[in-house]
Design a protein around this ligand. Structure first.
Ligand code: PAF
Length: 278
């Protein structure tokens, strides 16, 4: 496995891989890797002749300076974890990635007007900037993203359409702890108590599937009430949306694809998760 720090070397190496006619799978990450990331890497390994992952805590997608500073950075451990699955790791500095300043502006329309969009102004533009740059430098055939970031996948699919890129976006299922808590790099920042209590998020989402109602208002009320019962959890939002357009629905009969997306604070740590109703 080759660890690459500069864009020049990355493009050089990838030029040779493409010239040899090999298919390339990319797994973009911000490091602090866990089994969720590894599930993407295993799949990328199975489906491609060459595999690349990026490890880069991207400053332009953080609208909160403290969140950026506290984001876990564990490069040495990450490199050991991915060795088995990746041919190349791109682990640049921020100076390297933003040698050309980040002036790009993407318009994701209604996709960015809901949920994480208003809560984290500028976040999706920052994601668009880094992902487009990675796509341009690496030119992967397939790129793998975890479904925990459900809205992010819709945004990246939109980026691919807008920029007319020939890249297949491969969404991969959420990986959970035995408790049900979705794996996330942010889980490392939870206290032991918060960690235990955070498992209630998925329990409550699953219970909401069993309610005998099609009314989204009733389902949202149930989830909000149940979250409120857990002392360290604070609901930011629970939205039930069309799985393609991400626009809120009123009834589970409104679309063939419906997903509930939740953001909850466990103490100071912001966690997201989602569940499919249909
Ligand atoms: O999902 C993430 O880890 C990040 O948003 C991504 C896609 C690697 C871009 O920095």
């Amino acid at each position: 496995m080759l660890v690459i720090k500069t864009v020049d070397e990355l493009q050089d190496v990838l030029f040779r891989v493409h010239s040899a006619g090999k298919s390339v799978g990319l797994v973009p990450t911000m490091g602090a890797l866990h089994e969720g990331h590894l599930s993407l890497m295993k799949r990328a390994r199975r489906e491609n002749q060459a595999t690349v992952c990026s490890i880069f805590v991207n400053p332009t997608q953080f609208n909160n300076k403290e969140d950026l500073e506290k984001y876990p950075r564990t490069l040495e451990a990450d490199l050991k974890l991915v060795e088995e699955y990746m041919d190349f790791v791109f682990a640049p500095s921020a100076e390297e990635v933003y040698k050309v300043p980040a002036t790009e502006h993407y318009d994701f329309g209604d996709l960015e007007k809901v949920m994480e969009g208003p809560m984290r102004p500028g976040h999706f533009n920052g994601v668009g900037i880094i992902v487009k740059r990675l796509f341009d430098w690496i030119r992967p055939d397939k790129a793998y993203f975890g479904e925990k970031d459900f809205q992010q996948i819709a945004i990246i699919k939109s980026l691919v359409r807008q920029c007319n890129l020939d890249i297949q976006i491969v969404p991969c299922p959420i990986v959970r702890e035995e408790s049900g808590l979705a794996l996330s790099s942010r889980n490392k920042r939870l206290s032991e108590y918060e960690h235990t209590q955070a498992a209630n998020i998925y329990r409550i989402l699953k219970e909401s599937l069993e309610l005998k109602t099609d009314s989204v208002a009733e389902i949202k009320k149930f989830v909000a009430n149940e979250i409120e019962k857990i002392d360290v959890l604070k609901l930011e939002y629970y939205e039930i949306v069309d799985g393609e357009t991400l626009q809120p629905v009123n009834s589970l009969n409104d679309s063939n694809s419906i997903v509930g997306c939740i953001t909850v604070y466990a103490g100071e740590v912001r966690l997201i998760d989602n569940i499919r109703y249909k």
